[in-house]
Design a protein around this ligand. Sequence first.
Ligand code: BG6
Length: 480
Amino acid sequence: MVSRVIPVDPFDLVIFGGTGDLARGKILPALYRRWRAGQIPPGARVIGAARAAHDDESYRVLVGQVLAAADGGPDELAGFLRIVAYQRIDVAADAGWEALAARLADGAGRVTAYYFSVAPGLFGSLAARLQAHGLAGEGARVVVEKPFGNDLASARRLNRDLAAHFEESQIYRIDHYLGKETVQNLMAVRFGNMLFEPLWNSQYVDHIQITVAETVGVGGRGAYYDGAGAMRDMVQNHLMQLLCLIAMEPPARFAPDELRDEKLKVIRALDPVKPHHIVRGQYEQESCGYRAAVGNPRSRTESYIALRTHISNWRWAGTPFYLRTGKRLVARSSVINVMFKDAPHSIFGAEAGRHANVLSIRLQPNEGITLKVTIKEPGPGGMRLVDVPLDMSFAEALGAEEHDRPDAYERLIMDVIRGNQTLFMRGDEVEAAWAWTDPIIAGWEARGDVPKPYDSGSTGPGDAELLMQRDGRRWQGIKP
Ligand code: BG6
């Protein structure tokens, strides 16, 4: 299946922090891939903006080095570099702003996106300077990344700082999980099929498990991560978004505010999490465990968290949602398991065995869907039941090569240019997520909670198994 590429209109994209890690690691490679796909027209401009003493030429050399390992021939790269430019600027002072405004004046009337790839502490002054230099007009869009605040108070401050200069319709808050193809597929599976929706409630669903397991550790981000932990780094945003998409009511239309209204209702309906429904862990490893990796021998930050929560609404009352995520686990695997209830009565008798249906939606890797159904064990010997997987791999079924599909950043950046906010978080959504998260963190801080150690390469701390066992349930395995 060949993906259709519809070119966008010429645009200007200014990357504040244009020499930083995010620009090098994600934004520039994503733009280059869209260029190669023919989606970005030659009239577009990508302007790196930072304090470093570059000019257009030396920045192009840097970008060329960054993209050297990417697929694509020299002509494609040369073509892309022709749309790249550089503006030396101080985002927290006045230097460079007049020159930026003069450059952008050439593109008056087109969409101009400002990617705030800088520390959140600078968002306010950046937004103010853009407006002061006449750059916050109608075609202007602001892109911000997580972490969007560290708690409710700081998220509110950021929202206020941005709202002072931009309309909500101009602000694009990225949660890159929403840009993942399979995360959007959650909605297609739920709302494009008649099959599942009638069963999608507490009457038929016993519980739901959301797992985002990683094999990587904290890498070079120790300082940030140790101040955040898995709760702020993953649960407040990525897992929360997955929870919303799996639990929300069908919006009337797949449109930004309709979708975000429904997600917000889910977050607001979340119960507070009880202390005994949370398990925090920290990985241990002989050479470099978590504490060594972050350079904090006494760290109490969690690199793993499992918790049980409830959504107090008509659809989900009584159905627990179990969330877990962690670093340095046995496999990289993001999967949502919808665990259906047992059939109410077995006509085959106890000796035949009973198996509940499980719908597994694999988000990454090996994206696809598996539905476990119960059948008769083949052969003689009476009626014995077994469960077998109805397994569908999206790659096999759709034939699309991995490299043909835009990754999350590619899709989201193009959505910014197209002006489609559907896959971005609204300010009130982020605040509601923090309002749920804050008391959980405050609770363990007040209790002086110390995360449970777990072995690197394992499935996490044993207490996470107990969390399930106490409820008479089990986690599904973490498989690559
Ligand atoms: C980021 C987190 O937002 O998401 C990282 O800060 C995490 O800690 C990453 O590793 C996971 O993203 P992905 O796309 O690899 O699942």
